[in-house]
Design a protein around this ligand. Structure first.
Ligand code: PGA
Length: 251
């Protein structure tokens, strides 16, 4: 495969120092150096310095779960790209469905965040995905096309050269319901086709991750699909053993 697999952990708002330290130690100890997948950990903002300190000499990279679309100023509670770069973040998740549905983030705002990241040489992990009612009313493709094209039209397809896309069907996130490998493949192929309409070559190199109740027991099957280049892992990334098994499933 010409695309390097990637497994990213999204810890969401979980953990405290007392759990974050041993979790990172266990992941470091158990991760096989010979594994080929890129591994990225996205902790809550305040634990990014802990990741930076612990992971600095490892092959694991780290990032944030969100970022401000502004570069600096009077934006109480926000975190800028410069701040993330101070702690050597390489990645930032944007457009997660929890940000879209619980915090009202729109495609336009997410496009502005994407632009801010690429201007700062940070790698966006852009999440897209449909709600259950959208799937049930056959609108999955239309929803994803709009989520993706809003960003592409705002920033230009050339800014996607290092970006990562994560397909996360909202009905599968944290619910224990996983998309079947065939359902995932169908949407991943659709996403790759959208990219192809803008840039033929990029369509072959861009990494598309699957997220939504990925577990050690289903990771291998999902990752075996031709257009699935890895995973964005929520709940299962909070247990070192489970997360490592998922990384190994990418072999
Ligand atoms: P989950 O979350 O693995 O707990 O379903 C995935 C995500 O929201 O990124």
């Amino acid at each position: 495969m010409q695309r390097k697999p990637l497994v990213a952990a999204n810890w969401k708002m979980n953990g405290t120092l007392s759990s974050v330290n041993p979790l990172l130690d266990d992941i470091l100890q158990e991760l096989d150096e010979s594994d080929s997948a890129d591994v990225v950990i996205c902790p809550p903002y305040v634990y990014i310095p802990v990741c930076a300190a612990k992971l600095a000499d490892s092959r694991i990279q780290w990032g944030s779960q969100n970022v401000s679309e502004k570069s600096e100023g009077a934006y109480t509670g926000e975190i800028s790209c410069d701040m993330l770069k101070d702690f050597s973040c390489r990645f930032a998740i944007i457009g997660h469905s929890e940000r879209r549905t619980l915090y009202g983030e729109t495609n336009t705002l997410i496009a502005a965040k994407f632009a801010q990241l690429v201007e700062n040489d940070l790698i966006p992990i852009l999440c897209v995905g449909e709600l259950l009612e959208e799937r049930e009313s056959n609108r999955t493709e239309a929803v994803i096309e709009e989520q993706l094209n809003t960003v592409i039209n705002a920033v230009g397809i050339h800014h996607f050269s290092d970006a990562v896309i994560a397909y996360e069907p909202v009905w599968a996130i944290g619910t224990g319901k996983t998309a079947s490998p065939e359902q995932a493949q169908e949407v991943h192929a659709f996403i790759r086709d959208i990219i192809r309409q803008h840039d033929e070559r990029l369509a072959t190199t861009i990494r598309i991750l699957y997220g939504g109740s990925v577990k050690p027991g289903n990771a291998k099957e999902l990752f075996s699909m031709v257009d699935v280049d890895g995973g964005l892992i929520g709940g299962a990334s909070l247990q070192a053993g489970d997360f490592i098994s998922i990384c190994h499933a990418m072999r």
